[in-house]
Design a protein around this ligand. Sequence first.
Ligand SMILES: Nc1ncnc2c1ncn2[C@@H]1O[C@H](COP(=O)(O)OP(=O)(O)O)[C@@H](O)[C@H]1O
Ligand SMILES: [Mg+2]
Length: 290
Amino acid sequence: MTSGSVPVGSLSIWDPIHLGTDETGRRACITLAERNMLIGGEPGGGKSVALQLITAHGALAPDCRLILIDGKRVELGLWADCADTFVGPSIDDAIDVMHGLQHLIDQRTDALLTMKRRKVTPDLGWPVYLVPVDEVAYFSATVGTPAQQKEFNAANRDVIARGRAPGIIGVEATQRPSADIIPTSLRDLFGYRWAFRCSTEASSDTILGHGWADKGYSATEIDPQARGVSWLRAEDGIPRRVKAAYLTDNQIIELADHAARARTRGTASATAASQAGSKVVRLRKSGDAA
Ligand SMILES: Nc1ncnc2c1ncn2[C@@H]1O[C@H](COP(=O)(O)OP(=O)(O)O)[C@@H](O)[C@H]1O
Ligand SMILES: [Mg+2]
């Protein structure tokens, strides 16, 4: 794929997002605008590449705003110029951004109720906020004090629990979403699951959902060399074996540059409705002065 073949205006966050190819050779797509997604699997399995695919679609969709959270910075960093906010290794920034999203959810929910609507639909013209988080364990269980981790987890859980209807969608990647990394009450809120290679059936089940390994859907039988091979549990709820698509670094740089330029042009002509749905929260870039 090159940026030349994907003009920025041609994608919408409401369109199916291309993730790869299944074992019958069919395209594997998901519609993300109303579902959150959890991505798991052992190191090197293909989680960050998977997150790049979704981020790329969001960046190229003018009706999507990106809030990127990546403690390592290197995975999502190439998309920083396309994002409203990019959070690097600071847990304070990650907490701030989650609180900002909670505020946005409150405001949008009030506005929806006033209009007697239950959820965002494309006709409203409000952008969808896509929030990819790579290695969420970095914030939920690694850096910061226990109190900060607790605050991050509580805010993250609230964003995932309430964000869908008002158009705030989380896509979170972690090696193993066990209860110490992602509280079970939060894990259960992710409608879509994408499991890359795992070393144990228990790990595979924490990603895909309890009982799938017993039914023959286990990410343990994925060859460690087969990077990008995975089980995707999405629309119909049954895991589907998928080889994820892949973007090279050069393709990402080209696409991100194209998307960033198109976004700068698009900002000048953004409609009033889109502005109304998007500027109620002030989120700042990590490292910016307040
Ligand atoms: N879908 C894919 N197709 C081809 N190679 C892939 C794919 N996904 C991952 N890889 C290879 O595996 C490496 C590790 O993938 P990555 O997404 O960084 O793993 P993780 O985030 O799970 O640790 C990538 O740098 C790439 O070389
Ligand atoms: Mg990774």
